[in-house]
Design a protein around this ligand. Structure first.
Ligand code: RAT
Ligand code: ZN
Length: 435
């Protein structure tokens, strides 16, 4: 992130000539610290959970999916390799033997370049040496600064025993990392995972009646008190329907949404994933499908006291989501998720959202799993957003409403900070983080 150039300051309240708009938008995007509302990152104090450095970057599942297309290696043989061997294979296959043209490979090139490393290196040894020499806490500071972000929201699963034990052991916290309570196991696999709640002392059964729902609500309240999450979250299949007489609906309406209301928390619904269409690929084995967004409309209408952050995975659902957001003030579209987070689609989706919703949405989150993902994901977002916003301003100016630098600062701040801050509990997002 750059500091504000003093030379541009005198322009603050004055109408801008269209020729200045691209530069001004780029400059405001560069100097506004963003809040990253959905990641899979952990603070450096949770050492064994923190993914960073070249081997983690190269064994990202987005790249592994591409490896299995480019190499004849069988998934089983790949998983049997040690992580550095897997990273070597990905590097050789996707970066040396081929040009890194895809979004995920270009991302690694961008990260290496931003860190002053050689993206054309024939092997990984020199890159590993550099990462080995870094102190993780210093590197986190450096990456946050370079990425232009002030805080990130994690993904925290209260039924993940290993993660919870790591939180118990962690002595320090990092106020820039905020929690989000992830409910996939509860809302998508209750039959398998209700035993996890029972093991924590909650009297729940496989077939949730009023007593079990009350216990689930107590569970969510206890974990919310412990983690101070910014929201609760769940990813949902493309087959998700609401209303519907099923287990998920009972859990959602009987416990999760009431708990969100009690705790004044939004729920993030990430809709459209088809999990494990090719299980041999492990994390890379998920796909996507078009969902029926009447479910979103029904939830927003039936639960006006709840706030719904929604991201949809299929391109075909994006326009419908914008239209539903125009109908319901308790619906906040966020991010271009996973398979729609590539330049051409981000451009299309963001332009459409701006046209239909003004600034009342959150354009992007990084979904970073590896610390350095923040670098390319946020750089790409700023690059893509610059002409989209500048063109929107040019059209408004051409229609007779002059644009000032203050307008741009207010809009960018709203899109990448305050829309989220206003939807999350009173504490500012740069305040205390997870325990
Ligand atoms: O984008 C991803 O890394 C996916 O694997 C998922 O984690 C997805 O973002 C999710 O949060 O379910
Ligand atoms: Zn994610």
């Amino acid at each position: 992130m750059t500091s504000e150039p003093a030379a541009l300051e005198p322009l603050a309240g004055r109408p801008l000539a269209p020729a200045h708009l691209d530069a001004l938008v780029a400059e405001v995007l560069a100097c506004t610290p963003f809040v990253d509302v959905h990641t899979h990152l952990f603070p450096s104090t949770l050492r064994s959970f923190s993914l960073w450095g070249i081997d983690d970057l190269l064994t990202y599942h987005y790249l592994e999916a591409e490896l299995f297309r480019a190499s004849s290696i069988r998934p089983q043989a790949y998983w049997a390799l040690a992580k550095p061997e897997r990273a070597d294979l990905v590097w050789r296959t996707l970066f040396v033997d081929r040009t890194p043209l895809s979004e995920a490979t270009r991302g690694v090139v961008s990260v290496l370049h931003m860190l002053g490393l050689d993206p054309a290196s024939a092997c990984l040894a020199p890159l590993r040496d550099v990462f080995r020499g870094l102190s993780l806490p210093d590197h986190v500071d450096h990456v946050f600064r370079l990425a232009g972000i002030s805080s990130v929201v994690m993904t925290n699963d209260p039924l993940d025993g290993a993660e919870m034990a790591a939180w118990d052991r962690a002595r320090d916290t990092d106020a820039r990392f905020h929690a989000a309570l992830r409910l996939d196991r509860i809302l998508n696999e209750w039959e398998t995972h209700h035993a996890g709640l029972a093991a924590q002392g909650y009297a729940v059964t496989a077939d949730p009646g009023p007593a079990t729902l009350a216990e689930l609500r107590r569970f969510l309240t206890t974990w919310s008190q412990r983690f101070a999450p910014r929201y609760m979250a769940v990813s949902l299949p493309d087959t998700f329907e609401f209303p519907r007489e099923d287990l998920r609906s009972r859990l959602l309406t009987g416990a999760v949404l009431p708990a969100c209301r009690d705790l004044d928390l939004p729920i993030a619904l990430m809709i459209g994933v088809r999990r494990q269409v090719n299980p041999a690929l492990q994390l890379a084995g998920d796909a996507c499908g078009q969902a029926d967004l009447r479910a979103v409309g029904a939830l927003c209408a039936q639960f006006p006291e709840n706030r719904f952050m929604v991201s949809v995975l299929s391109r075909e659902n994006q326009h419908e989501l914008c239209v539903y957001a125009r109908k319901f003030g308790n619906l906040l579209p966020f991010g271009c998720w996973w398979f729609v987070s590539s330049a051409s689609l981000v451009e299309e989706i963001t332009t459409e959202r701006l046209e239909l919703l003004g600034t009342s949405f959150i354009p992007q989150h990084s979904d970073a799993r590896v610390l350095e993902h923040l670098l390319y994901k946020w750089r790409d977002t700023r690059t893509i957003l610059t002409p989209i916003l500048a063109n929107a301003y040019k059209r408004v100016a051409a229609n007779g409403r002059p644009i000032t630098r203050d307008d741009i600062v207010r809009d960018v701040t709203r899109l990448f900070r305050t829309n989220f801050e206003q939807w999350t509990p009173a504490a500012p997002v740069d305040g205390p983080g997870a325990p």
